[in-house]
Design a protein around this ligand. Sequence first.
Ligand code: ADP
Ligand code: MG
Length: 636
Amino acid sequence: MSIRFRLTIAAIAVILVANSLLSFIALQYLGHTWMGEVQNRVRRNLNSARAAYQSQTDVIAWFLRATARDCTLAPAAARNDRATLETMLRSLGESNNMDFVGLTDAEGRVICRSGSRRQGDDISADPLVAQVLRDRTAASGTVVFSQKRLLAEGRSLADRAAIPIIPTEAARPPSDLVLSDGLVIAAAVPLLDDRGQIQAILYGGHLLNQRYEIVDAIKDQVFRGEAYQGREIGTVTIFLRDVRVSTNVKRQDGSRAVGTQLSTLVSDAVLERGEIWAAPAFVVNDWYITAYEPIRDPAGKIIGVLYVGLLRAPFTHQLRIISVVFLTIIGGATLASLVLLLLVHGRVLRPVHCVVDMAQKVIGGDLTARVGIRPPGEMGVLCRAVDSMAEAVAERAELLKQATRQQIHRSEQLASVGRLAAGVAHEINNPLTGVLAFADLMREKENLDDQDREDLDVIIRETKRVREIVRGLLDYARETPSVKKVLNVNDVIRQMTRLLGNREAFQHVNIVEILDDNLPPINGDQNQLQQVLLNLALNACEAMTEGGTLVIATSLADHRVVIEVTDTGCGIAPEHLDKIFDPFFTTKPVGKGTGLGLSVSSAIVQQHDGTLEVRSSPGKGTTFSIALPVVQPTAA
Ligand code: ADP
Ligand code: MG
């Protein structure tokens, strides 16, 4: 998976998760506050409905008061002129569309009524009449009329009040199958004589059961015909206790949904505890945002409920539109950020691609590959750095190639020189032995004069020197094969130093051995190793013309036996350090050095799979160190 792909996926995931979370929270919040607002609106509607309902009672009281002031009513009552009274009451009832109007005497016994001929019954217990008798002022409000009272006021009223109760599962089981009581808004006003005594009481009102003008008037006043898909969104209902007696909620068949009951939950809150209840509810056949409040009689007793409801559908519809618009905006923003993201990624990650491509080319061996581009910012710095790195790698590789080429060339050269030298040495060796033997024989003759003897000594000495060189050459060319056996380096060193001690050249040199007694054995040719040590010791001795100390130390390091030969001589000039192992390189005067000691030693050490290294500080001394592999325990 590419970096670009992974980064993009991660960023897309972050954007999507963040936006989904944001949308979810925002929509939840929006729904909550929106429905809260609607609920508040319903509460306000309930307040308006209460005021409208109240004004209906006020209108009745106002009419009655106006009639009471009519100066013909009181004399007619005093005369008990039934014909006049009946006419007056009936016209009063008709003019205000009142369901019942009546007149009582000063004790509350009915003298005359608009809807029936019954008279003489005592209605002083009626809460409104009782209040007038007590306070001698007008009283108005909502009261419950029993079936008996309704019959007294007019048979048609009792008939209209009778509503079959439709039992509802969520409601309390009804005590009767048919509602017989009536919910009434009414008023009563006293007719006072000159002394302020009650002469008669005029009463009248509306039976709310199945009378729909009032709820419709309240609804029009509160909701002003607001509609959704041809349906009015607001409804008003009046309950007698928990039974709907007047409403604008309609059933499927268009009839008014009276007779249905309030759920126990709401009736407990409103009827029992006198609270205002506001919550969404399923009413008859739809969801409404509702509010209920108790209706009390003049004595403060809860006798019914006033309800307003707003159809929920238009508000959920609006909420849905707002949500869709919101989600579209969020979706658009998400899409835009994704597109932007892809563009930015393309720009940012192109250099990364170039760098990766270039690195792969370099790995594949193409050292000329470069990133090439220089984008702004850190990416540009990175590209430049990678290019410089590639440049450096290419340069170093070129140097290495040259060095290797030189090395191979030199090795070939040395090999051919070695072969030539070995050939020559071989040829010279036999004649030299002859020359030396004859010179020795001549030297033994007795009739030689001193001059001849000296000359012969020179011949013998120089011939021996030539033989030394020839032997060196043969060693260098590895003409003498090595015979290896397991041996202890310390023993070789001890033997050699014993030899050195006898030599005249070493008389002024202090030889010190620092040998590690726990050295493991190595596999080597004793003679050859001795020759190497001898060469190093001789060089050291020759470097210490004024005398000095020669330290030969052994130790174990990294599975190798290390022999260090250190002198306190003149040291080696830095420019000579890489030449001293070349054959025939010598800084010694002609006749003194052959320049073969170190090259032969180096060849022998290599034959033993070892290394020969030098450290030197001019004027202070030199250390040659030989490292030889120890014998593996299995091979021992
Ligand atoms: P030779 O001794 O015949 O000159 P070698 O190969 O033994 O040839 O040494 C080469 C050169 O290395 C010497 O001529 C000398 O300059 C230098 N050299 C070797 N060993 C030492 C040493 N211990 N101290 C200083 N110079 C040394
Ligand atoms: Mg030497």
